[in-house]
Design a protein around this ligand. Structure first.
Ligand code: ADP
Ligand code: MG
Length: 361
């Protein structure tokens, strides 16, 4: 892997650098992704490079990066124009997805983008699981580097493949199809896997418990992993039903109940495991946090804080929850990747990482 941080900075002076960032911020009230892109931009500026920023934004390809560019005080250009780059050190191109070639991974679109620059930098970990033109095809045409944030992601997340022991993986949330491969991959690697969120409902059901109207992923096949002694299943849950909210042991859940959170009282018995842990990786809220069910997740934070472990959290909702509770500084590292993080963990790499020139260091 070629890391930008390892480059001789003299080599960058006067060079044009095409930088793929993830500036897909939900709104300008949440500019975390912008903030995390600044070290790479500043590194390149300080080295005297010319910077051409590329990114996508939003789901609708018609959306514009105009507000983001304005917020960052960087000129946004609809069409690349070398003259504009002459008079500015940093420019931004319009939403990549306005060109259908981005998502269809059109090689001629990638080639056109590559023709604007001498060097390519990928600092967009959160989209590096996508085989899009700006992620996997530009590196075919330019010397390519991993940016500073991407480097941090790789350095921190790759620790999970050989974690300091004892190690715990905490998995919650809802998207089972993205999490099951992670469970399967990490069962042989970590000491414990604690399951919460809607994921645990599938386990309850498979174990023969009533789950009422709880959220279940009907398509998930977990027969291979249920019953594995490394898997920790919390047994106290919060349910909603026609009477309101009730705390219940899992064996007391009835047809009219909907499980919305795991209870702190059912997690406390794992305090020793957490206290002893040297490495903890967490993805996925323990409960339906958008509706205020944050008890289980808060308890996980408390348990993590009792340990001396390296602690890593990732996932779109998980990080949103941590930020909502203002607990960012309790963790060693917060990943910018949601789907990308899970795919990286499941496969050990991503298409966008593979696409960078993989000359061994
Ligand atoms: P992440 O984005 O962190 O990877 P997911 O997208 O997999 O996490 O899951 C987050 C979603 O899971 C949230 O919308 C949350 O409300 C939901 N969730 C967690 N536990 C429950 C539950 N018991 N019932 C319903 N939804 C839940
Ligand atoms: Mg999510």
């Amino acid at each position: 892997m070629n890391y930008l941080s390892h480059i001789e900075t003299e080599l960058l002076a006067g060079k044009k650098v095409l930088v793929r960032l993830d500036l897909n911020v939900p709104s300008l009230d949440d500019t975390d992704r912008i903030t995390k892109s600044l070290p790479t931009i500043n590194f390149l500026k300080d080295a005297g490079a010319k910077v051409i920023i590329i990114s996508h934004i939003g789901r609708d390809p018609k959306e514009s990066l105009a507000e983001v560019a304005k917020f960052m005080d960087i000129p946004l250009v609809k069409e690349f124009d070398p003259a504009i780059l002459e008079s500015h050190q940093v420019i931004m191109l319009e939403n990549l997805r306005q060109n259908p070639g981005e998502e269809s991974n059109d090689e001629s679109f990638a080639k056109t983008l590559a023709s604007y620059a001498d060097i390519y930098v990928n600092d967009a970990f959160a989209v590096s699981h996508r085989a899009h033109a700006s992620v996997v095809s530009i590196p075919k045409f330019l010397p390519s580097y991993a940016g500073l944030q991407l480097e941090q992601e790789i350095k921190h997340l790759s620790q999970a493949f050989h974690p300091e022991s004892p190690s715990i993986l905490v998995l919650g949330g809802a998207k089972f199809e993205t999490k099951l491969p992670v469970i399967e991959k990490f069962l042989p690697i970590v000491d414990h896997i604690l399951i919460g969120g809607a994921l645990v409902n599938n386990f309850y059901k498979e174990m023969g418990y009533e789950v009422g109207s709880s959220l279940i992923d009907e398509s998930a096949n977990i027969t291979n992993v249920v019953g594995n002694p490394k898997i920790i299943i919390p047994h106290m849950v919060l349910v909603e039903n026609e009477r309101g909210r009730e705390e219940k042991s899992i064996d007391a859940v009835e047809l009219g109940d909907k499980i919305v959170d795991v209870l702190a009282s059912g997690l406390e018995q794992y305090a020793n495991e957490f206290k002893a842990a040297r490495f903890i990786l967490w993805n996925g809220p323990m409960g339906n946090y958008e509706n205020g069910f944050t008890e289980g997740s808060k308890k996980i934070v408390d348990l993590i804080m009792t340990s001396d472990s390296t602690s890593i959290v990732g996932g779109g909702d998980s990080v949103a929850l941590i930020e909502e509770l203002n607990l960012q500084d309790k963790f060693t590292f917060l990943s910018t990747g949601g789907g990308a993080m899970l795919e990286y963990l499941a496969n050990g790499t991503l298409p966008g990482i593979e696409a960078l020139n993989t000359i061994e260091e």
